[in-house]
Each structure stands twice: as C-alpha cells, then as structure tokens.
Design a protein. Sequence first.
Length: 161
Amino acid sequence: MRETARCVHKVGVAAQLSRCQRGRVRGALLWLLVSLALVAATFALPSCKSGKWRELRVTATAYNSKENQTSEHPFVAAWGDDLVPGMKAIAVSRDLIPLGLRRGTRVQISGLSGTYRVLDKMNARWDHRIDIYMGLDVEKAEAWGKRHVTIRWKLGQKHTR
C-alpha cells in the first residue's frame, strides 16, 4: 500500500504534512523560539532586580547650554526636560540606557558630591560615556576636561518627570 502526501480524512494540518515537512516546521518553530528568547534576554531591562546597585566605569566629559555644544535649543534636553544652570544633571550615551540609566535615574559620580539625574542623552556616536551638565560655566567645563569615573545607580528606580 502506497502512502500519499495528503490524508483523505481532514484530521489536521499535521496529518497532511509528510514526515520531512513536519521536521522542517518543528525546526523553524524551534529556531523562532530560541531567537525570541535571545532577543528578550538581550533587551530585558534590569528593573526586575529592583533595589540592587550597579556600578560602571565610564568616560566623563562636561557640557554647557550653548548652541555650539548642544542644539538650537540649548536649555532643552533630548527628552524634553528643561535644563537650568546649577542643576545636577547628566547626559548618557545611548548604550547605557538599556543598563538602567533611563530618563530620571539618580546617579552618583565618583569625585563629585551629591546626586545627578539623567535628563539628557548623547549623540549616537558615543559609547560608555556621560556628559555632566555645567550650565553656562564654560571655564568649569573646560577645567573638567575628560576623565574616567565610576558611576553608581540603583536599579528599578521609579522614574518621574
């Protein structure tokens, strides 16, 4: 008796597929599942580990509310927050955002007192970097220069405007 690719009875899609086709479908589904799991693991935000502190060594530079350093609206950050000289704010490179340094995150910077808030994000060309907001004080920003610092922030912070 010869087997045919089609089943006379309409039992279901699996019954209509040959053994080879069923294997290909299983392989494709397995590949899709593994791919989705890898994507989810890669982009999962660490907020599920609420309360834990994270430390990271980064390059730190400084910037001012000047058009030649920012945009045509030097007192407005990339997320729309107003920048006021004297406030403790930082911009972060975009690769740090998935690590939990989202808008509003409070950050401690080694060598500096107080807590800074993430209110701005840097151009996409920068990696592993923060930019410390220094208002209109260009001399202070130039004196800061470029340094390597350790930043520390708490995961799972509630982010408010």
